[in-house]
Each structure stands twice: as structure tokens, then as C-alpha cells.
Design a protein around this ligand. Structure first.
Ligand code: GRG
Length: 292
């Protein structure tokens, strides 16, 4: 059950970023093979934490499909899915402890707290319209960007003693992570289930108002009541979807993601030139143009 998602079918977005960031930082310092092996372990640990959170997320959302196949909870039931997620997280913790660096341990355990707090933020909603967007961005950071930001920071800490480099790595990961989630929220409206490997309009069905809805609501204030009742009345999901598609919500969310990507590029450009730094710049383009 724990091995089920390690089938090479995920995008491996996090380990790719982490491996590139490690090499981009290593340009600033001469590193041993031992350090490089520890950085590689961080890339694996990041994907393991991600996978554990997907398994648990699917239990919370009662999801039936992911990556074009049945979820762990759908096949083996909720109890075993929770334990399978725990087992993946345990394996990640053991691998993290083996690296033997307490700074890196605290950086990556912060991610686990953020993931759980992000999930709690998603369970709640803000009644005050002005607080909604800040709440959404905080949830987005905690659920998605923290893992990328802190894994980037961890490899920079292992690879180079300069705190300026650590901050660049963190800021790149944070900005690219927020952009990644904003586009994820756009794709929930614009992509089809076959492409995504999971049902679309899933967020509305879960009662969630993401970027496209929050922007659409500025144009169509009548959406407010639907947001407040978490799209729970019959027809709410379809109506909200129509409002979003008639509004500029998708374009505005994409524009916001572009701003975060620009910021990520501005940060990473402070590192010394390297092919890996260029790849990280290119990756910001891929985040914006991806369709799954
Ligand atoms: C067990 C660590 C742990 C956490 C529990 C359930 C929970 C708290 C957190 C959920 C976090 C979560 C699932 C965030 C969504 C992040 C996201 C954008 C997932 C999709 O990532 P992709 O597109 O997926 O990179 P692939 O399938 O390519 O790996």
C-alpha cells in the first residue's frame, strides 16, 4: 500500500526542483560526495512527505481517483490508507534522521506542521470577505509552498554555509510553490478529468473557494452567499462554475501566478550562473504552462 504511488507516474516536481537547487547552490561551495548524497536524500524525503500527504488528503476528501488510478482509500479502505500514509511518513523521518543534521531536521519537520495546519485552514472558512484572500494565500503556502521552500532551504544549508544563499533558495521555493498551487486551482476549472487523472471542479464539490472563485466573486457579488454555504445547495457547484468561467477569475489567478513566478526568477537570478540555475528559471515557465 505504501509503495502504491511510487510507480514513476507522478510529475516528481519536488525532487526535480530540490536536485536542481542543490547543484545551483553547490556552485557557491566545494562539496564532498557525502554532502551530495545527503542532498539527494532530501529530494527523496520531499517526495515521500508529499506522497504521505496525498494519501491522507484522499482520506479526508473521500477521493476515489488520483493520477488516473484508484486511491489507496478506495482500494484498501480508510483505516489502512491512514496507516499507509503514516508508514511513508515514518520512512521519511528515518531517512531524515540518518542525514544527522539537526538544522535540516527542524527545517523539514516544520513542513509537516505546515501541511497539517494548512489542512486545518482549509477545513475552516472566513466569513469576512476581506480576510478571505489572505486566508487562501496562507493555506496555499502551508499546504503546498512550505514543502518546496523548506526542501530547497535544506539542500542549500547542506551545500553552502552562506545564509544569503539559504534565503534565496527558500524564497525561490516559496514563490514557485505558491504559483504551482494557483495554477493547480486554475486547472481544476479549465482542465478535464482525463488530463488531470482525477475529477475536476473537485474544489467546489469539497466546498472550497480557491483563487478563481474569489476573483469571480469581486465581479459577481451574488457568489458570496454560495461561498458562505460552501456550495452546499443543489445546483451551487454548477452555478459557481458558470460564474467563474464568465468572469476574469481564471485570468486573474493566472496573472497572480505569473507575479509569483517573476519573483521566484528574480530571487534565483541572484545565484551565480549555472545550467541548473537556468533550468530553475525555465521551470517557472513550465509551472505556468503545464496542463496537468
Ligand atoms: C501526512 C505529512 C502529512 C500531512 C497530513 C492531508 C495533509 C496533512 C495535507 C495535504 C497536503 C496536500 C495534499 C496538498 C496538495 C498539494 C498538491 C498541489 C498536490 C498535487 O501535487 P502534484 O500535482 O501531484 O505535484 P503529483 O501526482 O504529480 O505528485
Amino acid at each position: 500500500m505504501s509503495e502504491y504511488y511510487f510507480d514513476g507516474k507522478g510529475k516528481a516536481f519536488r525532487p526535480i526542483i530540490v536536485a536542481l537547487m542543490a547543484r545551483a547552490c553547490n556552485i557557491h561551495h566545494n562539496n564532498s560526495r557525502h554532502v551530495q548524497a545527503s542532498q539527494r536524500a532530501i529530494a527523496l524525503i520531499a517526495e515521500m512527505i508529499h506522497t504521505a500527504s496525498l494519501v491522507h488528503d484522499d482520506v479526508i476528501d473521500d477521493a476515489s481517483s488520483r493520477r488516473g488510478k484508484h486511491t489507496v482509500n478506495k482500494i484498501w479502505g480508510e483505516k489502512k490508507a491512514v496507516l499507509a500514509g503514516d508508514l511513508i511518513l515514518s520512512a521519511a523521518s528515518i531517512a531524515l534522521a540518518r542525514i544527522g543534521n539537526t538544522t535540516v531536521i527542524s527545517i523539514l519537520t516544520q513542513v509537516i506542521e505546515d501541511l497539517v495546519r494548512g489542512e486545518f485552514l482549509q477545513l475552516g472558512s472566513k466569513e469576512n470577505e476581506n480576510e478571505r484572500f489572505a486566508h487562501y494565500l496562507e493555506k496555499t503556502f502551508k499546504k503546498t509552498a512550505s514543502l518546496i521552500a523548506n526542501s530547497c532551504k535544506a539542500v542549500s544549508v547542506l551545500g553552502c554555509p552562506d545564509p544569503v544563499v539559504h534565503e534565496i533558495a527558500y524564497q525561490y521555493g516559496k514563490n514557485i510553490g505558491i504559483a504551482f498551487q494557483l495554477i493547480d486551482d486554475v486547472l481544476d476549472f479549465t482542465s478535464c478529468s482525463d488530463q488531470m487523472g482525477k475529477p475536476t471542479s473537485a474544489d467546489l464539490k469539497l466546498g472550497l473557494a480557491t483563487g478563481p472563485v474569489l476573483f469571480a466573486c469581486q465581479q459577481f457579488p451574488e457568489m458570496n452567499a454560495m461561498i458562505m454555504r460552501r456550495f452546499s445547495l443543489p445546483g451551487d457547484v454548477d452555478r459557481a462554475r458558470q460564474y467563474v468561467l464568465q468572469s476574469d477569475g481564471v485570468q486573474q489567478t493566472t496573472y497572480l501566478a505569473q507575479q509569483y513566478c517573476h519573483e521566484a526568477v528574480r530571487e534565483i537570478s541572484k545565484l551565480r550562473p549555472s545550467p541548473e540555475r537556468d533550468a530553475l528559471i525555465q521551470l517557472s515557465e513550465i509551472v505556468l504552462t503545464r496542463d496537468k
